[in-house]
Write a protein that binds this ligand. Structure first.
Ligand code: NAD
Length: 355
């Protein structure tokens, strides 16, 4: 089959009650889980990802392989490729676009500021413009971030709070995305994810590299706030985030005023998707030590970035029926089980997973 036929087959929903969804960043952590969940409930799904090497691309290829086993085709391409996007909208009448492709991570911006502008600003504009031009119009759900709240925000963070002090280039590009949505789209749903973790997660995130380092017997650095105040994160399990995404998809309006109940009324929604239960990073490490049955070697604590994240989720509870149910202990157990199945103790992918 040529790729266009594969796209058409992959996009086909089980019935006319189901959706046809384009998921950008589908080889990524969140994207691969969302794409699989949509497919399993009967929606047609096509992925798009450029398989960049921000972290180990073989993990992205393994997620792609899993998706292909479920019947989801992932197109290899960049979200800045307007010709490719327009072609996809020409051959499939997507009902929804879930835009998750982005340059994630905060520290990578030191060496690669351009990649944040390329993917999170230019790429986001490219996706939104293509959605606007598409006929029929898809509804758009996309990933913003809890990082928009910045250093000076009071916890718990509410969507009504000011977001005028982003603490990193990453946060600034996510904030810019929220502003840009207003200028291009009539309607869209932005989701502010709070530190998502779980199986098939991102190797650059703390819970993942702590696990790797603890197993290898390498020392880890736990960041602390000024005067040894604790740094705590509202760790949110991937399955809960997926449910939040599905809720957002199922309540989203079309990207122009031509559809939906409130004809002509702009509906640019932004929701916190968190766990409402911040856990200090030191406690995360203790849970990992218990699950891995290995004591971590700890470096002397250093001062780190955003001190505390904590979501107020009442808006998402009301509008999306979002209800996170996984505590950190339970979610980490699932992550550790996956990790030990996928990697050896030395951090190398097991042979059985590379075929
Ligand atoms: P991820 O890096 O695993 O996934 C992003 C995917 O997008 C990757 O597979 C990457 O190859 C792809 N991509 C990046 N730039 C692209 C481009 N220009 N064209 C095509 N593909 C491109 O990250 P994730 O953790 O799955 O995050 C998904 C989304 O959620 C991102 O927008 C991220 O900013 C946001 N987010 C994640 C978290 C979290 O804790 N994981 C928290 C807040 C927000």
């Amino acid at each position: 089959l040529n790729w266009e036929k594969r796209v058409i087959t992959s996009a086909r929903p089980r019935s006319h009650h189901h959706l046809s969804v384009l998921v950008t960043g589908a080889a990524g952590f969140v994207g691969s889980h969302v794409a699989a969940a949509l497919k399993r409930r009967g929606d047609g799904v096509v992925g798009l990802d450029n398989f960049n090497n921000y972290y180990d691309p073989s993990l992205k290829r393994a997620r792609q392989k899993n998706l292909e086993r479920e019947g989801v085709f992932v197109v290899e391409g960049d979200i800045n490729d307007a010709v490719l996007l327009n072609k996809l909208f020409d051959i499939v009448a997507f009902t929804h676009v879930v835009h998750l492709a982005a340059q994630a991570g905060v520290r990578y911006a030191m060496q690669n500021p351009g990649s944040y502008v390329h993917s999170n600003i230019a790429g986001l504009v490219s996706v939104f413009e293509a959605c606007k031009l598409a006929n029929p119009q898809p509804s758009i759900v996309w990933a913003s971030s809890s990082s928009v709240y910045g250093l000076n925000s009071k916890v718990p963070f509410s969507e009504k709070d000011k977001t005028d002090s982003p603490a990193s280039l990453y946060a600034a590009t996510k904030k810019a995305g929220e502003e840009i949505a207003h200028t291009i789209l009539h309607s869209s749903t932005g989701l502010r994810f709070f530190t998502v973790y779980g199986p098939w997660g991102r190797p650059d995130m703390a819970y993942f590299f702590f696990t790797k380092h603890i197993l290898k017997g390498k020392p880890i650095s736990i960041f602390e706030g000024p005067n040894h105040g604790s740094v705590a994160r509202d760790f949110t399990f991937i399955d809960d985030i997926v449910k939040g995404c599905l809720g957002a998809i199922d309540t989203a309006q079309k990207s122009t005023g031509s559809g939906g109940k409130k004809k002509g009324v702009a509906q640019l929604r932004v929701f916190n998707l968190g766990n409402t239960s911040p856990v200090p990073v030191g406690k995360l490490v203790s849970i990992l030590e218990r699950l891995l049955k290995v004591k971590a070697k700890r470096n002397v604590p250093r001062n780190g970035d955003v001190l505390f994240t904590h979501a107020n989720i009442s808006y998402a509870q009301k509008e999306l029926r979002y209800e996170p149910v996984t505590d950190l202990q339970t979610g980490l157990k699932k992550f550790v089980n996956w990790y030990l199945d996928y990697y050896s103790v030395n951090g190398k992918m097991k042979k059985k997973n590379s075929s």
